[in-house]
Design a protein around this ligand. Sequence first.
Ligand SMILES: C=CC1=C(C)c2cc3[nH]c(cc4nc(cc5[nH]c(cc1n2)c(C)c5CCC(=O)O)C(CCC(=O)O)=C4C)c(C)c3C=C
Ligand SMILES: [Fe+2]
Ligand SMILES: [Fe+2]
Length: 321
Amino acid sequence: MTDTTPTPRDVLLLANLGTPSAPTPEAVSRYLGEFLADPRVVQLPRLFWLPMLRLVVLPLRSRRVAHNYGEIWMDGGSPLEVHTRRLAAAVQPLLPGVHVEHVMRYGEPALTRRLRELRAEGARVLVLPLYPQYSTTTTASMADVIARELPAARMVEDYHVDPDWVRAVAESIRRHREHHGRGERLLFSFHGIPQRVVDQGDPYERQCHASARAIAAELGLADGEWQLTFQSRFGGGKWLSPATDATVRALAGEGVKRIDVVCPGFSADCLETLEEISMQNAGFFREAGGETLSYIPCLNDEPAHARAIAGLAQRGFDAWR
Ligand SMILES: C=CC1=C(C)c2cc3[nH]c(cc4nc(cc5[nH]c(cc1n2)c(C)c5CCC(=O)O)C(CCC(=O)O)=C4C)c(C)c3C=C
Ligand SMILES: [Fe+2]
Ligand SMILES: [Fe+2]
């Protein structure tokens, strides 16, 4: 008799944060409501935070943030979704025998639902969170969902000094500077997190510094030529410093006329890069006397990015055999 047991399918889920389905206050409120209710993201007591979120934060924030999304919205949807979908399509041909999909931790296509469906199929699933640096606020929240929905799935924890990824980022910076000229300073701007989270043992800050040092070394930059900053502060309390906005203003105040900013904590361009850095912080720089803040795009679906991601996934599946 022939063995008819089907070989389980290998599935790679490229998982990003998530984004609203439309640049409207209603869609933004739905998205932020799910995102900010995650206890990994906001660690305040639930009994206080959940009513505060529903009654104060969402009504006040959604309209303004929807307007910001409107400024960067693409034909195919939110930039984060468009670029993440394109990256999955670019990785697919590099991994014959593996089915590649993109999913989102919050919103659609939902990581939670896909894991539940794949569990029923008996697929062998590797989740690759598209966060180069590990944080309990982002990566660990993906691990929470895996533990609930498909504990047999495996996850790539981080790739903050992966040589292929470091080279891909460095090369994108080099190319940008060849085409657009070179700023007097290069800022590595990473998404911030609360200082308290780092004090509890989160490795994110250390990994951000290691990523920036590795990329600067790959470019052969001297110490005074680059700086690391943290952006996108949310809510009260102390966040990681120095802050990107304060640094940009201070550099202009020192007479620096042109800076380059790259965001190697983001795999895909999104609100926090296209609006906050490329528009808002560029405005702060000019208001304080600077001339040009040149934003260097994320790796998105660049071939070198797809190759680095495919390499990480291949090693993940190889370790399974
Ligand atoms: C890249 C890693 C990220 C970390 C670490 C992170 C931590 C973190 N974020 C918030 C609050 C918000 N983040 C928002 C947007 C946003 N954040 C990331 C990534 C990280 N966040 C991305 C990729 C995006 C963009 C999504 C998009 O649709 O383009 C927002 C929404 C925008 C807004 O309302 O200002 C919030 C809120 C916290 C509290 C946090 C750590 C505790
Ligand atoms: Fe964020
Ligand atoms: Fe922001």
